[in-house]
Design a protein around this ligand. Structure first.
Ligand code: 8X3
Length: 258
């Protein structure tokens, strides 16, 4: 018996948070793999530019401005799809790196809203279309922060643990349906915005995150693992893929050159 190949022709993938970083890199790689890609993010100008770039390169791409924390907007967006093959829940991020004793509850709330509820909204709204495709895949971009904590990380770590639990639980609940649930948990990835957003534009603090680290992962490294996981034969479910740079052995053990 041979495996059913995970063909990509005439397949559609939705990527949230596709305006930059891992989301944009994933959209590029999915498009290059033959998917029709629907780019979503709050920043319309960015995703429109990327969709135009992909279109010019002969790929199929379109942009749809969307805030995943807005449930009504997500529902309206999902109404466009009777079938869908891939949903990449990438929208999210970190705000602050404060100790539990002094962390801002508003930061914690915002991180829960984007990372956990954003993933919940998009997944709930698009699950019927993913199921209707007969071969759907939900990707949850969590983090190594979804698997172990570190000092100053609790708000983000709590949100990422929430996303991990969502993925694990959904996989249990829909087993038998034709939908895979894949969690990708990257460690240190140097992108244009992640650390800068976390430290509210403080470039010095953002640079310290990667100081002395030979080669942090790039957004494209992570996009590569996402697209590899998604393009395995349909019966192969990569439950959880943890990916770090070689210089990072754990969330708190990082080799830095002086
Ligand atoms: C990003 C990894 O170490 O900044 O998701 O929490 S870390």
């Amino acid at each position: 018996m041979s495996a059913t190949p995970h063909a990509t022709s005439s397949r559609t993938a939705v990527v949230t948070g596709a305006s930059s970083g891992i989301g944009a890199a994933t959209a590029r790689r999915l498009a290059a793999s033959g998917y029709r890609v629907v780019l979503t993010a709050r920043r319309a100008d960015r995703i429109e530019a990327l969709a135009a770039e992909l279109d010019d390169a002969g790929h199929q791409a379109e942009a749809y401005a969307l805030d995943v924390t807005d449930r009504a907007a997500v529902d309206e967006f999902a109404g466009r799809f009777s079938t869908l093959h891939v949903l990449v829940n990438n929208a999210g991020g970190a705000l602050g790196a404060d100790p539990v004793a002094s962390g801002d509850p508003d930061d914690w709330r915002a991180m829960y809203e984007t990372n956990v509820l954003g993933t919940l909204h998009a997944t709930q709204a698009l699950l019927p279309a993913l199921t209707a495709s007969g071969d759907g895949t939900v990707v949850v971009l969590s983090s190594t922060a979804g698997h172990a904590t570190y000092e100053g990380g609790a708000g983000y770590v709590a949100a990422k643990h929430g996303q991990h639990v969502l993925a694990e639980t959904l996989r249990l609940e829909i087993v038998g349906d034709p939908v895979r649930v894949i969690e990708i948990a990257p460690g240190m990835v140097r992108t244009d915005e992640f650390a800068l957003t976390r430290f509210r534009g403080d470039e010095e603090k953002a640079a310290k995150v990667y100081a002395g680290v030979a080669e942090p992962l790039t957004a494209d490294d992570v996009a590569d693992t996402i697209v590899w996981s998604v393009t395995r034969p349909s019966h192969v479910n990569v439950d959880l893929l943890v990916v770090r740079p070689r210089a990072q052995a754990s969330n708190t053990k990082v080799h830095r050159e002086p």
